[in-house]
Design a protein around this ligand. Structure first.
Ligand code: AMP
Length: 181
């Protein structure tokens, strides 16, 4: 079965499916709400498609994503790319032995966890998330994967908040986004 685009559905203007919510979750943050995109079958399918397509010939073995919104795209991309999926989670969620890294977000500090056997040394991993803001989350995921010997193929986002220059925390990485807002 070859890799082909969902040509039967015209590509929608995906930016129209991102809802801006001011002052959420705290004052001063303009939150990019992806739920209108998630509930639209065509927009969702095209989003997964456009996030997967650049990596189709890149021997991606695993897609790694942070809960919770990263999971929505990451698992779908893994299926599309014929890869496995690795969940990165918040404290107290993973049952097996973990590795962790502390990182700072646009509006708080946090720790993320990964099972220590989630990525075998040398495995090729694509990192993904719905939105890149400061880049702290993605940089932490990259750090964890490399700590256990994984090879980060690249980093893919649906939405890049370009003004925040989050890419600067991912120097030398192949970083792609479908929408720059
Ligand atoms: P960062 O680590 O700053 O790049 O933040 C990225 C993570 O926080 C992603 O998992 C996003 O889902 C979430 N996030 C941060 N800022 C926003 C925002 N303005 N709108 C929507 N999600 C955001």
């Amino acid at each position: 079965m070859g890799y082909s685009r969902p040509v039967e559905m015209a590509k929608p203007d995906l930016a129209r499916y991102i809802r801006d919510v001011p002052d959420f979750p705290v004052r001063g943050i303009l939150f990019r709400d992806i739920t209108p995109l998630l509930r639209d079958a065509t927009a969702l399918r095209w989003s997964v498609e456009l996030m997967s397509e650049p990596w189709r010939d890149r021997q991606v073995e695993l897609v790694a994503a942070m809960e919770a919104r990263g999971f929505m795209f990451g698992a779908a991309m893994a299926v599309r790319l014929g890869a496995g999926f690795v969940p990165l989670r918040k404290e107290g969620k993973l049952p097996w032995r973990t590795r962790s890294v502390k990182y700072s977000l646009e509006y708080r500090e946090d720790v993320l966890y990964m099972h220590e056997d989630a990525v075998a040394p040398g495995q090729r991993v694509l990192v993904t998330d719905d939105v890149i803001a400061t880049g702290g989350t993605a940089a932490a995921v990259v750090q964890l994967i490399e700590q256990v010997g994984g090879t980060v193929v690249g980093v893919q986002f649906l939405v890049e908040l370009a003004e925040l220059e989050g890419r600067r925390l991912l120097p030398g990485r192949e970083v792609r986004s479908v929408l720059r807002l």
